[in-house]
Ligand binder design. Sequence first.
Ligand code: DX5
Ligand code: ZN
Length: 214
Amino acid sequence: MDKLLICPSILAADFRNLAAELGRVANADYIHVDVMDGHYVPNLTFGPMVARAVQDVADIPLDVHLMVTNPDECLELFVPLRPGFLTVHYEACTHLQRTLARIREAGIKAGVALNPHTPLAGLEYVLDDLDLILVMTVNPGYGGQEFIPSMEQKIAAARRLIGSRRIRLQVDGGISLDNLNRVVSLGADTIVAGSAVFQAADPMAYIDKMRAIG
Ligand code: DX5
Ligand code: ZN
């Protein structure tokens, strides 16, 4: 398996002191930034200006998760940040292949997120256009939700679909040391965790423990 990548989600950070919170996860592989527009999901979070501030402080590549309707309309706001990954939702894209091609053309790794009810089948013809599949293990919109058990089958199916391709398999929602072993054994290799990491007494030690599982 490729190296396990740990991506703490700043959605669970204390926004009153974001710089200090980023210091608590300084050993992360990526900082996961949940962009929510109040339309695609019933919540509003950060835009490109906050993402840039995070990047300036953290000196760790960003993993930008766009939970927005029609991401093409705001893609160009995030491209100049040169995130490590830029992920759009399958359900939010009318011309998914074009959107992925645009992200890659900018030299950024392209990801596609699938809501829990969305079948994997829609990705069959864009597998050569993407670098990461994000299996949402909760319904997007909020941190601190419970992992949906039926997503275990989907993680395994996504791993089979990926086969020998160089595509990361990310999971996001309700992940902690309690279920990490399970999702990794099913094939996840890129782990988003918000509450579990930021609520830990020592987030860096928690991240090290997560990484040791891979
Ligand atoms: C949910 C977000 C997640 C969220 C995960 O819509 O995409 O990234 O921050 O939070 P936890 O790990 O607390 O479930
Ligand atoms: Zn996310």
